[in-house]
Write a protein that binds this ligand. Structure first.
Ligand SMILES: [Zn+2]
Ligand SMILES: [Zn+2]
Length: 115
């Protein structure tokens, strides 16, 4: 019986990590990257971009090509170069995209006007 505990705890932790790193249903790529890079950093790859793309994008591979063209060659560069109109330190909650899976960032400007 005592052996059950660690396995259960392990599962719970894996589940928690899964939930922490999974993109929200209407969370845009920009806010997702900002959240994950703030929390876990950039490892020089498309780790989080790919994760978002796998879950959200209709064509994950097309998404990477598109971001590459815009100067994003890893997660933090995508955040800085593909979405330059957004302040990198802006920690507003994601305003949500109207169409799930759209790589278009949410309209934080609209959110700011309300606040
Ligand atoms: Zn990077
Ligand atoms: Zn957003």
């Amino acid at each position: 019986m005592a052996d059950d505990m660690p396995a259960e705890l392990e599962l719970e932790l894996a589940d928690l990590a899964e939930r922490l790193t999974s993109p929200g249903e209407r969370e845009c790529l920009r806010c997702y990257l900002l959240r994950l890079i703030t929390e876990f950093g950039c490892d020089g790859t498309y780790r989080w971009t790919v994760r978002w793309g796998d879950v959200r994008a209709a064509q994950p591979r097309g998404l990477l090509r598109q971001l590459e063209r815009r100067g994003g060659f890893c997660d933090c560069e995508v955040l800085m170069n593909a979405f330059p109109e957004y302040p990198a330190s802006c920690a507003l909650p994601c305003a949500g995209v109207s169409k799930p899976g759209s790589a278009k960032p949410c309209d934080l400007g609209a959110l700011r006007k309300i606040a």
